[in-house]
Design a protein around this ligand. Sequence first.
Ligand SMILES: C[S@@+](CC[C@H](N)C(=O)[O-])C[C@H]1O[C@@H](n2cnc3c(N)ncnc32)[C@H](O)[C@@H]1O
Length: 198
Amino acid sequence: MTESKSADWAAYYEKLRERPPRRTLVTALDRFGPGAAGSLAVDLGCGDGRDVIEMLRRGWRVVAVDAEPEALRRLMERELPGEITPIVARFEEVPLPISVRLVNSSFALPLCAPEQFHALWTRIREALPVGGRFSGQWYGTGDSWMGRPGMTFLERDAALGLLEGFDLEMFEEEEADGTTPRGKPKHWHIFHIVARKR
Ligand SMILES: C[S@@+](CC[C@H](N)C(=O)[O-])C[C@H]1O[C@@H](n2cnc3c(N)ncnc32)[C@H](O)[C@@H]1O
């Protein structure tokens, strides 16, 4: 990632500091229930840890992956209510631990090129055990960032196709005009996903 990209991410972390966990993650954790405490989760593109903190709070162990060292530096500065393994790496390249029960990736997986996205999704599907879950967001083709190099946008049917073999506990399609966290106008087309492997 270039220096200016890193500066952009630092501004993003600052802007969204201390935000509550994403609804997709909370739904996945609720579905697992308290009996899942002690299980292992991976957060791909964890940022400064809004979701990581919630997983720890509920007793999960977390492997926290982000390509930006600044993300993990900020995360490690926070008061962490549990055990994490921080990894500075691109998620396309990071191995997924065999005992993972939850792969969470909020607003991050679309930030890789289609070929890598599909290869990574195959690895996620294979790494999850029956009853394991994926939670996170993918972007739809109506998104105004569509066409940006190095990003993945999916038709609704293609997204649903990738989720074959999973029970969909949340599959919400959001299309709305809004702004980015940095205040730029944007048309969002997002799939909010919680999926349980059959
Ligand atoms: C939009 S932020 C989302 C952060 C956090 N998951 C959240 O929900 O607030 C995307 C994060 O993904 C990270 N990221 C982007 N591309 C990545 C990649 N290929 N591998 C690992 N992390 C990546 C960025 O550094 C950033 O922290």
